[in-house]
Design a protein around this ligand. Structure first.
Ligand code: SF4
Ligand code: SF4
Length: 61
């Protein structure tokens, strides 16, 4: 899961995350070790600021 610059820090995603994997400090940050990629945050974000990216894609630096 990737948070884009559209995020305004409303914290909706943090409240819906079942794994408590999101912290919001200005912008949302997802803890990849806790995240189980349920995509709930993506569905609930009012600004569509979260996108789904496969682990293979996120591993490239
Ligand atoms: S719900 Fe969307 S806009 Fe709100 S903090 Fe999460 S990613 Fe940012
Ligand atoms: S995909 Fe699910 S577990 Fe991962 S951060 Fe979003 S709501 Fe939480």
């Amino acid at each position: 899961m990737v948070v884009t610059e559209r995020c305004v820090g409303c914290a909706t995603c943090m409240l819906v995350c079942p794994k408590d994997a999101i912290r919001v400090e200005g912008r949302a940050e997802i803890n990849r070790e806790l995240c189980e990629e349920c995509r709930k945050c993506m569905l609930y974000c009012p600004l569509e600021a979260i996108s789904y990216v496969t682990p293979e894609l996120t591993q490239k630096s």
